[in-house]
Structures are given as C-alpha cells and as structure tokens.
Design a protein around this ligand. Sequence first.
Ligand code: ADP
Ligand code: MG
Length: 560
Amino acid sequence: MESRPEHEVKAWVSGFGVAVPRGATAAGPHGVREVAEGLTPPLVVKAYGPGLVHKSDAGAVRLGLADRAAAAGAAGEILDVLARHGVTPDGFLVEEQAAPGVEVIVGAVRDPAFGPLLLAGLGGIWTEVLDDTALRLCPITEADAHAMLGELRGKALLEASRGRPPVDRDALVKVLLAVGGVGGIVETLGDELEEFELNPVICGASGATAVDARLIGRAESPPGRGEEAAEAGRPRPATALRGDFDRLFAPRGVAVVGASTRGPNFGNMFLGFYRAAAFTGTLVAVHPTAREIDGVPCVPSMGDLPEQVDYAMVAVPAKHCAQVVRQAAGIPYVQVMSGGFGEMGHPELERELLAAAREAGVRLLGPNCMGVYSPAGGQTFIGGEQGRPGRVSVVSQSGGMAGEVIKVGERRGLTFAKVATVGNSADVTPAELLRYLSGDPGTSTVGLYLEDPRDGRGLFEVLRETAKPVVALIGGRSGQGRRAAASHTGGMVSDDRVWAALAAQTGLCLVTSQDDLIGVLDFFDLHVRRPVHGDAGVLVVGPSGGASVLAADAFDAAGL
Ligand code: ADP
Ligand code: MG
C-alpha cells in the first residue's frame, strides 16, 4: 500500500481533464515565499509527507492567505504544529484557492467481487457525517453519472437556491467520467487501485475543481507507469468464458456417484428422482462392488462409464470428492452435491476439488448444491413426475431455494426451461451460466438467487449486454444475513449497495422475497415479447374499485 504526494496525484489527474488549482511545491517557508510569486491569491498552503493523510486534522492546511508573505508565515506555523507531534513534512504545496462552491467527494474503491466502484457524495469533509453517497460499478456511462447525482439526498444543493446559481453539473459529470468512465483514472490504474479520492471537488457555477487528490495504490510503480500493470491485472473479461451447457441441461446419460446398497442416502435419492421423472437416457450408478442399486446398473469406477454419460452427480463425503472428480475425465459436467468445503471452513478441500476438475478437464458445478432441472432435457432434482417444459430459467446458489421456486412456481403455473444450482460456484459461476442462458433460444427470462456470485465483474458484464429480462433475489444483504451466507455458500458477500448499483446500471430487477422472484419471473415470461411503448404513465384496469386503489398506491410507492 502506498500513498503518493498530493501534487503528484493532482498533476496526474489533470492529464485526464480534471481541473486542479494552479500550484507549486517548496521545501520550507522560504521556498514557499518564492514559488508563490506566480500564483494569484487568496492562496492555500498544505504540508505533505508520510503520516499526513488527513492534513486538516493534523493542522497542515491553511486557507485564505492574502499574499506571499502570509503563505510563508503559514508554512512556518504548520512546521511548528507538526513538530509538536514529531512530524517533519517532506515539503509544502502552495496553490490558488478555488472560489467557494458545493463540495463533492468523488472516489473509487475496490469490491472483492465486483471490482472497482465509483462513489460520489456531498459534503467534502462532512461526507462521513452526512453519509450521502451514490455508488456505481466502473466503468460508468454519462447517464450513470447523471443518475448518481440524481440519487443524492442532498441533490437540491446542486440546484439554484437562495440567490445562488446552480452548480456546473456538466463539469461535475465530466469529473465523474474522468475518474470512473471508459479510459478513465480507475480503468488506467487497473489492479493497482486500492483507494482513490478527490475530496473535495469544489463545484461552482462554472467549472469543478479537485482541490485534494489522494491515491493509495498497491504497486510500487508511480501512476504514470500504471498502464502495463493495469493490462496484466485487469479481471478476465467474461467474454473469455465460452461455456456451452447444452448437454448439462439435456444429458444423453447420467451417472450417480455415492448411492449405497445399504440404505437410502443422497445418491439413492437422486437415482429415485431420475426414475420418477422417467429419465429416458442412460442412468448408471458408480459403486465399487454392487452390480445394481435400486434397479439401476452399476459400474465399479468413473473410468468404466459408458461414453454417452454427459453428467455425473457426486454425493460422497467432501474429502473423497476430489478423487472422484479426478477420474471423471471425458465427462463434460460433474456436479458435486456434497457440502463440507469453503462454507464449512475447508477452503483447501474446495481448492483441491477445483484443481481436480481442471486436471480432468471437466466443468464442475458446486460443490454444496442440489442438481439441475430441465423438464425438456430430462434433468431433475425435485422428486415426483417431471414438470411441464417452459421458458423460465433459473441459476441458484441455493439448491433448496431453487427447489422451492420450482415447486411453488409450478403450482402457480410457471413452466421451466433450465434450472441450475451452483452452490459455492467454485468453477462454473452464475455469470457464466447467465451468459449461456442469455443466448439460449429456449429461455425467455432468467431468475437468479445469489449470495456470493464469485465473478461479480463477469455478472456485471453479462447483465449489461443481455437483452433478456433478469430478476435476482440476493441473500445476505443485511449484516446478519451476510454472516449466515458465509456459512451457507462460504462467500464474501458484497455491500448491499453494490447490488442496488448493479441494478441501476444494468436494468437487473432486484426482488426481496421468493414470492416476488416467482411473480416477476411469471410476469417477464408472459410479457417479454410484448414491448411497451410510450411514457411512464400507468393505466390501471382492476376487477374492483378497491383493487384499483391499491394498485394506484403500489405504483405511487414505486415512483410511477
Ligand atoms: P485533507 O482532506 O487532507 O484534510 P484538503 O486538501 O482536502 O485536506 O483540505 C481541507 C479543506 O480545505 C478542503 O476540504 C477544502 O474545503 C479546503 N481546501 C483545500 N485546498 C483548497 C483549495 N485549493 N481551494 C479551496 N479550498 C481548498
Ligand atoms: Mg481532502
């Protein structure tokens, strides 16, 4: 972690078109007097150097200095104050004082799952107190920048008020784009970004000036040389993932590993599911000694499976899973139902499992999930007769949740195309499946249940590109929910506000209950092929006066 002197960061950001005050640096009060010569008062003097992160807290910022002499005097006073705290500054920055205006923070941070985020807020030094910020995933568009400003609770401060003209919103939007837009500061920093902050940007009636700039980077290289590092470290774009999952949802043959001859376990349960659903392909169990289990023929090992087996369901204890997967070469998809990996404090078993999948050249679903459901393709994990094939698809990090959505949904008349449960998503991620489903002619709409999507960046990219309506129920959005999610899918769940930002940027529909997930999927499936033209006006046609009044209230609450 490395923090660079303010003037260096300012010089660098000005190269991106961000206005900064004119200024110069000097080693001490005498030099300050000299370099202030070319600057127009009022002047500002600040000290810089190690330990001077929050300069005003340290007494290292002096404003409103009328001339060179005052600037030199202020530098001397700062030296005294800092000396009392045992701090010796590296030097001083003297700069012109920007005209008063509305102070805005523009910053960037890195989310573990979603990568760089852009933050804009009101308040300058009061930002933390006001806690009024808007968030977006980088890169942002111009429309995103405008939407961010429109989201602020204190947005009225940007408008004209009490004889004060409105702030130059276009200039502020330009700063947001210079930081978080395509080819902007965040993108240029790439993996080097840890924290970047312009706090404040002073916004006046004409122009916006970044009067403070802070960059905390990860690498040793100065910002100018960031490009190469950025290229190498940039998250792999989701377009590199060319998953074809046709056979996952319509396997010619299915193998179940882990069924027992001595009584029902999860493996036996899956054999039962396929039999109840009248699976028409090849169904085989893998068992070291048995000839058949529950009427299903057995082979002694993965290597003995018939060629048409496209999918293996593994339900053996966690510590044996990697061994099974290692022998699965030739089977395109292996689903590990078993839990006991990252979510139970065994990330090393999960890493071993993933390595085994890579070694065998198979795609791994899970671990810690249920299975795949596709009535048209014979896949099931529900029990009972196969449902009617339809066009609704679902990707879920919870097997139980997916099962509920299918059962309750089918009772409500929903029909499903392709449902995949991915649990911890060690290999195949929700983003990769969403990309596949987004190009799947048999899918009209996609529902997601997610906790830690693992590849948040990929998810953002697919959501931005897809033309299909997507609805998501996110688990772990509260503090307690996050803790629960950690032990469920073993994930680091992102700040709730990142999901809201993702939805605002991509049109993803966020819901907060299983019921709404089903309801919205039903609506999308029915109406996706009926594009609506016109404005945001709503025509309510109700069966009764009361129902119409309630509908009007609901639309009002939704801001329509
Ligand atoms: P820090 O954030 O490290 O305490 P800043 O450089 O942001 O220090 O300075 C503190 C405050 O002083 C800013 O929030 C801003 O209000 C004001 N300020 C600093 N530099 C200027 C400047 N060049 N023009 C106008 N105001 C400034
Ligand atoms: Mg500051």
